[in-house]
Design a binder for this molecule. Structure first.
Ligand code: GRG
Length: 304
């Protein structure tokens, strides 16, 4: 499919529907080899947490980063779907009463509201496990060392030293506001690590060299920071109907964020700097990186 003449929004939408179709096909009742049965209630909760919503921006980054190096195979789709499963697990767990206690996600009832807490915990657990299944499965048609690299990279991005660790720092920040460096560290872990993985994963999938892999990783770090900064700004400035999730939660809890610390004008300026830094990292790739440069601008300017 030639997507190059499409606008960024069209391209994001086209990638999102391809990812949606793959997720729909993966989340079926038919057990895989080595599985015994897939309980219908659990499957239904997993489907509620994953299908019909979301920007699918992390899968988009996996697919576009791989495409930057000329890779367009099904393996990139499977890694993209794996990352979305892991991201959705984090949202399902984050919405639980023991964490953010949210009723609304992507404009719909959260999983624990539509089902119950135990089912939401277990649906999240099963989505997390499924992410690693999808990458390790030989159906992800990559050399075994690349699949192993991706599993390791995702584990490090998602676990104690990445997203989960960041979530713990975030919870601690509700009782003791961290300083600016502390806020940046927790955000790089909680939100940035998965976005960084998305970009570096494209390079790994395509078998790119070390320098290119590092460049994509650094680009991912820049847009990770920008993503969270934009998210915090939206929490301050957007409404719940637009976001499809509760707005104003951070301010309501007196939670320390960079926009709360420095104000809207500073935040917009910093977002502009991060976009320029992300774009500069892609300069060596010339025109081929045009879509990833647009992705950096999309992150900074998004309205939901
Ligand atoms: C519970 C282990 C665990 C981790 C939770 C991801 C996360 C960590 C919490 C979600 C809460 C939150 C608002 C995080 C900030 C940024 C973020 C990850 C927003 C949601 O991602 P989007 O905007 O959502 O890509 P969609 O719905 O488009 O996929």
């Amino acid at each position: 499919m030639n997507l190059l003449s499409q606008t960024f929004a069209d391209r994001l939408a086209a990638r999102a529907s391809a990812v949606e179709a793959m997720l729909n096909a993966i989340l079926t009742e038919t057990p895989l080899e080595g599985e015994t049965a897939r309980p219908a209630h659990l499957l239904s909760a997993m489907r509620h947490g994953v299908l019909n919503g979301g920007k699918r921006f992390r899968p988009f980054l996996v697919l576009e980063s791989a495409a930057l190096f000329g890779f367009d195979g099904n393996a990139a789709m499977r890694v993209a779907a794996a990352l979305e499963c892991l991201h959705c697990y984090s949202l399902v767990h984050d919405d639980l009463p023991a964490m953010d206690d949210d009723d609304l996600r992507r404009g719909r009832p959260t999983v624990h509201v539509a089902y119950d807490d135990a089912t939401a915990i277990l649906a999240g657990d099963a989505l997390l496990t499924l992410a690693f299944d999808l990458i390790a499965d030989p159906q992800t048609d990559l050399p075994a060392d690349r699949r192993a690299d991706l599993v390791l990279l995702l584990a490090r991005a998602a676990g104690i030293g990445g997203m989960v660790g960041g979530q713990v720092l975030d919870i601690a920040a509700e009782t003791k506001t961290p300083d600016e460096a502390g806020i940046i560290t927790l955000q790089a872990m909680k939100t940035g690590a998965l976005l960084r993985f998305a970009c570096e994963a494209g390079a790994v999938i395509a078998g790119a060299g070390t320098d290119d892999r590092t460049r994509l990783r650094q680009y991912g770090e820049k847009i990770g920071l920008a993503f969270q900064l934009a998210d915090d700004l939206l929490d301050l400035t957007a409404d719940t109907a637009t976001l499809g999730k509760a707005a104003g939660k951070d301010a309501g809890r007196g939670k320390g964020t960079l926009p709360a610390l420095h104000g809207e004008a500073w935040t917009r300026k910093r977002l502009g700097e991060l976009v320029s830094e992300a774009e500069s990292l892609l300069e060596p790739f010339g025109e081929r990186a045009a879509i990833l440069k647009e992705a950096a601008r999309f992150v900074a300017n998004r309205d939901k």
